[in-house]
Write a protein of this length. Structure first.
Length: 342
């Protein structure tokens, strides 16, 4: 009996040894292609970050798969967010990237949201957005003092509700009394930038990271200027540019800017997987993302392209978003009233 038992154990271990590679292969990306579905058009900051990551993340995935970027622009990236949640297969082969402002739209109960942000699987974010507003010199508005004194509303270009280009200016208009007129419907910041250069709008709102990566020629020549930062502390590269919150005159205004802009900025650039993605693959992609953010060649390329790398892990992003949905009800109600206004 002892011999039989030992033989049985030996057979079991032999079976495990022979089948282990098969189990490991099941989670390999060899002979597969990873898609990064981006909710913005080519040429903007979201596109620049995504294409940079796509060039490097494959080497940190088992099997070293090719990684391609697909632009699925529309509705301020809502089309791609809904696609990532409802349609994309939860197989670890489709990574979504959309405006984190849409997460705020869910909190505010805005129409068109077909996802629950708390159910996405988060891979991470390459940086947190330091929101700012940049205007052309030709607009004549080169400082906050000139803006407050403007006799006609300053035209600000935007995409659609849910994106920072629309929601941040709306909050600043309400909290600070800024005279501005939103011109929406652009597919992305690349199109808004061209509209500003043509004189259709005075400028736009996006992250400083995007500004310096995609509009740096105009900023360096003085043809464009950053007039205000919507962050809780000055970006070291914009030390002389005032903070929006410094112009508030009430506690309500400060809370609106803190929740709707500062807190929202932390989750502005999420990379996600569909709900139900196997946990093992989530962990593989989270680890690969973290390794990619430390890649020396990526960091060198990012520096050359003026793209800030200050990453958040998937776990950290998940925690921030969970806390975001515990916000003060009264502040959320006021915020909802502001972004719902035409």
């Amino acid at each position: 009996m002892k011999i039989l038992r030992n033989s049985g154990i030996a057979v079991m271990f032999l079976w495990l040894a022979l089948t282990a590679p098969a189990f490991a292969e099941e989670f390999s990306y060899k002979d597969k292609t990873v898609r990064m579905v981006l909710g913005h058009s080519p040429g903007g900051g979201y596109d620049a970050y995504t294409r940079l990551i796509a060039r490097y993340i494959g080497k940190y995935l088992p099997g070293n798969p090719p990684v391609i970027v697909e632009n699925m622009a529309g509705a301020g990236s809502l089309i791609s967010a809904n696609y990532n949640y409802k349609i994309a297969k939860p197989d670890g082969l489709t990574i979504g990237h959309f405006s984190g402002g849409l997460i705020a739209q869910q909190l505010l109960g805005q129409p068109g949201i077909q996802f629950d942000a708390r159910k996405f699987e988060y891979i991470g974010a390459p940086t947190q957005d330091d929101y700012a507003i940049g205007l052309t010199k030709a607009s004549g508005i080169t400082s906050m003092e000139k803006w407050f004194a403007a006799k006609t509303p300053v035209k600000i270009g935007g995409t659609a509700p849910g994106g920072a280009s629309i929601d941040v200016p709306k909050l600043l208009q309400a909290a600070l009394g800024l005279p501005l007129q939103l011109v929406s419907g652009y597919k992305g910041t690349a199109e808004i930038r061209l509209a500003a250069e043509r004189g259709e709008v005075a400028g736009f709102c996006t992250g400083w990271e995007s500004f310096k990566a995609t509009w740096r020629d105009a900023l360096e020549s003085g043809d464009a200027v950053i007039v205000v930062q919507a962050v809780h502390k000055p970006n070291r590269e914009l030390a002389s540019v005032p903070l929006a919150i410094a112009y508030t005159k009430s506690d309500e205004a400060r809370k609106l800017i803190q929740l709707g802009i500062h807190d929202a900025g932390a989750m502005a650039r999420p990379y996600t997987l569909p709900p139900g993605t196997p946990r093992e693959r989530v962990q593989i992609l989270r680890k690969a993302f973290e390794q990619t953010m430390k890649d020396s060649e990526l960091l060198a390329e990012a520096k050359k392209s003026k793209l800030d790398i200050d990453p958040l892990s998937g776990e950290a992003l998940e925690k921030i978003i969970g806390g975001f949905f515990q916000a003060d009800v009264a502040v959320v109600a006021k915020w909802k009233q502001i972004v719902a206004a035409n």
